[in-house]
Design a protein around this ligand. Structure first.
Ligand code: 2M8
Length: 468
């Protein structure tokens, strides 16, 4: 892993900062963007993984790790493999991959809720601590992307290492988390969606008491390092904490979820990634001599279930479903457009999703990437996270979906809009959907990583050098 030690040397010379240099925002060339993205990823490297942000998120996050690996694969595939492997070291025996893997060198006070809160029962020597909840399964996609950047015997060995672990993660989600037997995985906490504070959860969350008492004696870390107006309200945070406590105190069990747990929801993005993972596993299986057919069957079944259970013909998009009530959330959120990534989607659905994405509600044809929530909704909030702002990971997925279905012009428009946004504002965690101003962490890893992927695409840059 010589490239990893090179990265360490580079990191040592980069000041740990979470703010881009002032006055350098307007004249950036693609080569500048490339170098700056590398610097963000180097500065966020910690021992064996990349943190999403030094200030807000000082541990390793699950779906962040997948997006980060996709970008790292453009500059240093060894480091991409290494980073993603470190996440899977915390995989549970039942197959779940924790949504956060904790860095033992980070103090409990530097992130809430930390390891002391989660009290994960299965501490295994040699395995890092994590949480007991999951995040969207984007990892098989990442593994396949890294492999494609630098195929060869070593990469095939990596595929063989990851394959059983990825299959175990899929099995966990497709069996333990199929709360109704309808073929979809449920999430038990908004944090599991990755779109944590999305209005998609409001209807289901309304049934969870907002008892501010659960915050007494527990200090939110996010509001100490980010503006409160950008983060979830205390009421929502109290619900988040209460749900995590309930799942923890139930021993992280998944039986009888709909009867026992207050939040059991089928998310379109989560399930679209679950199906996309099966497509990626089919490709991986073909390389290592395993059976691709089983994965293609599973992908087709999940895709059908997403379409049967989550489609709303009135809105022309998918919606989250509250398993406890059987009702679709009324909110039009970007999570309902992400199933566009699925190859097997019926053509009329593809047409409707593209039309919805291009409508005034999401604004795909405009110069700005797609917002996280219906721009015309009364409670659209341009700065509060996941309730309006633009996120690069979601737009990267949408662009993949557009390309998958042959909408190449719109895909290019979206690529240009994403690149223009970071050229103007830098590698922020998310962006104001009208002004394009950066919000949240200013040196955010998945933004940098996915921009590297966009920049590198089609131009075959040398893996260790800039694109120009
Ligand atoms: C945000 O979630 C964490 C909790 O997991 C938080 O708000 O503290 C989300 O944007 C999530 O999608 C992301 O993985 C995480 C780290 O970037 O931050």
């Amino acid at each position: 892993m010589s490239s990893i030690s090179t990265a360490h040397t580079a990191i040592a010379s980069i000041p740990v900062t979470d703010r881009p240099p002032a006055g350098q925002l307007t004249e950036r060339t693609p080569a500048d963007l490339w170098h700056m993205a590398r610097a963000v990823l180097d500065a966020n490297w910690s021992r064996n993984h990349t943190v999403p942000s030094r200030t807000l998120y000082p541990h390793q996050w699950s779906w962040d790790a997948a997006f980060i690996a996709i970008g790292l694969a453009r500059i240093d595939p060894d480091r991409a493999w290494h980073d993603l492997r470190s996440l899977f070291l915390a995989q549970w025996p039942d197959g779940r991959v924790p949504h956060i893997v904790f860095d033992p060198d980070v103090a409990e006070r530097d992130y809430f809720p930390g390891p002391g809160f989660w009290q994960v029962p299965l501490r295994r020597p040699g395995h890092p601590d994590g949480t007991g909840i999951v995040q969207p399964p984007a990892h098989a996609l990442a593994v396949w992307e890294i492999y494609q950047r630098a195929p060869g015997p070593q990469a095939e060995a990596e595929l063989r290492w990851f394959y059983p672990r990825l299959v175990a993660a899929q099995d966990y989600l497709s069996s333990c988390r199929d709360a109704t037997g309808d073929g979809l995985a449920s999430i038990v906490h908004p944090w599991e969606s990755g779109l944590d504070n999305s209005p998609a959860w409001d209807a289901a969350l309304a049934a969870v008491p907002a008892d501010l008492g659960v915050l007494v004696g527990r200090q939110r870390h996010d509001n100490r390092v980010a503006a409160a107006a950008h983060r979830p309200t205390d009421e929502d945070y109290a619900r988040f904490v209460a749900l995590a406590l309930a799942y923890r105190d139930g021993g992280y069990r998944d039986d009888e979820l709909a009867a026992r747990h207050d939040f059991v929801v089928e998310c379109p993005t989560f399930n679209a990634l679950l199906a996309a993972a099966e497509h990626a596993l089919a490709r991986i299986a073909a390389v290592i001599g395993a059976d691709p057919a089983v994965h293609l069957d599973r992908a087709a079944r999940i895709t059908r279930a997403v379409d049967d259970q989550l489609w709303n013909p009135q809105t022309g998009m998918y919606h989250a479903r509250d398993v406890r009530t059987g009702r679709l959330s009324p909110a039009r959120c970007v999570s309902g457009l992400v199933p566009l990534i699925l190859p097997g989607l019926p053509p009329d659905r593809v047409a409707a999703l593209v039309a919805t994405a291009e409508s005034h509600r999401f604004g795909l044809s405009a110069s700005m990437p797609v917002a996280s929530y219906d721009r015309s909704a009364a409670d659209f909030d341009p700065v509060r996270y996941w309730r309006g702002p633009v996120w690069i990971n979601i737009n990267w997925l949408l662009r993949r979906g557009l390309r998958e279905h042959g909408h190449l012009d719109q895909a290019e428009t979206l690529r240009d809009a994403m690149l223009e946004l970071v050229r103007r504002s830098g590698y922020y965690e998310y962006f104001h959907p009208e002004t394009g101003d950066g919000v949240g962490s200013a040196a955010f890893s998945w933004t940098a990583a996915l921009v590297l992927d966009l920049l590198g695409e089609g131009e075959a840059p040398p893996v260790s050098g800039p694109v120009d």
